[in-house]
Design a protein around this ligand. Structure first.
Ligand code: ATP
Ligand code: MG
Length: 331
């Protein structure tokens, strides 16, 4: 069985992009692979946040993931800060990658441009992400298109570390899904739908009631033309709706375009398809938010399982890097 690892930042309410681009595939992965999923609460600290909202956000994301269908008996679902090996390995990675490489990360450049004060943690975040992956000897990392560059850095770091210190890490492959890999903001279809850069009307939340989903999709930005055609360059809004329909219902966006005579019927079909897939998730997520004991226990089990894998890998890496091992090892 291949080892698979993926993660989500606990920065806010999860949305349709997270679901179609990531979570839905994770549910399938837990049956075909040895799957690890982390809720990245340490990554959520790289930008300004409310301390009172951090724990709630982490809990809610966990409940949402369980609602989507992750099963603690079939996968390892855990919170990053519950496994202390993550920041420890991140240090070794920070000492493996360069300032220049981190400076070239487009996500960092985008986010840094928008702030007066940029936290060092935002800059070194890709090193922590590399540690998240490498600690589990992951063969495959399912990610959205937005995470491709960070994964490339992870691979470079693993190869460099192995060359310098001897075979230590498994070099992971990125797995980017064909459709739904990049769901765009409904109001600004050249920008991806996102948790942290929230655009309330442009973001369909996992827990939005059907009326709200319908309202947002009907208000989605298209263009002054009226022809339904799949052309991401010239018609990004329409292309996004077609991508959404293809992801939700199956099929190919360019072919689906032929079924619609205008934007109205297209939006109606997208809205119906999205409501249909999200309704059961929403019901289950609401139940789970009220069941703290179940969620907490699932996360305890997950952290225990994660540590049994992460601890020996950390020990291996610390020794390979040349550090003096304490009695009993680094774990
Ligand atoms: P943030 O704004 O905090 O970065 P995010 O919405 O980008 O939040 P992440 O926690 O960074 O979400 O990513 C979780 C998973 O969802 C990743 O696999 C990521 O590639 C995927 N993902 C995020 N946004 C989208 C999107 N718009 N379309 C498809 N997949 C997405
Ligand atoms: Mg993101």
């Amino acid at each position: 069985m291949a080892r698979v690892l993926s993660g989500v930042k606990s920065t806010g309410a999860v949305h349709l992009g997270n679901y179609l681009g990531a979570f839905r595939n994770w549910v399938a992965d837990q049956d075909s692979d040895d799957a690890f999923f982390l809720i990245a609460d340490l990554h959520a600290m790289t930008e300004p946040y409310e301390p009172s909202a951090l724990a709630t956000g982490t809990f809610d994301v966990a409940a949402d993931l369980l609602a989507v269908g992750l099963d603690p008996a079939r996968c390892t679902l855990f919170v990053q800060s519950h496994v202390p090996e993550h920041p420890r390995l991140a240090w070794l990675i920070e000492c493996t990658v360069s300032f220049g490489e981190l400076s070239r990360m487009t996500q960092f450049k985008d986010k840094a441009r928008q702030r007066e004060t940029v936290r060092a943690g935002l800059f070194t975040y890709p090193a922590l992400m590399a540690a998240d992956v490498l600690l589990y000897d992951a063969d495959r990392v399912p990610v959205g298109d937005d995470q491709r560059q960070h994964l490339e850095l992870t691979r470079d770091a693993a190869v460099r570390f192995n060359n310098r210190f001897g075979e230590t890490f498994v070099v992971p492959e990125a797995a980017v899904p064909a459709h739904g890999a990049r769901v765009m903001d409904l109001q600004n279809p050249t920008k991806k739908m996102s948790k942290s850069e929230s655009s309330p009307l442009g973001t369909v939340l996992l827990l939005d009631p059907p009326e709200e989903i319908d309202r947002k999709i009907r208000k989605a930005v298209t263009d002054t033309d009226t022809e339904v055609r799949y052309d991401p360059e010239k018609k990004p809004g329409v292309a996004n709706l077609l991508e959404l329909l293809a992801a939700a219902r199956g099929g190919d966006p360019a072919t689906l375009a032929g079924d619609f005579a205008g934007y109205g019927p297209l939006k109606e079909a997208v809205s119906e398809a999205v409501v249909e897939i999200l309704a059961p998730v929403r019901r289950r997520a609401q139940e789970l938010r009220a069941d703290r004991g179940y969620v907490t226990e699932a996360l305890r089990l997950g952290a225990d399982k994660a540590r049994t894998v992460a601890a020996p890998v950390l020990d291996r890496a610390m020794r390979a890097a040349g550090l003096l091992a304490p009695a009993g090892g680094f774990a």
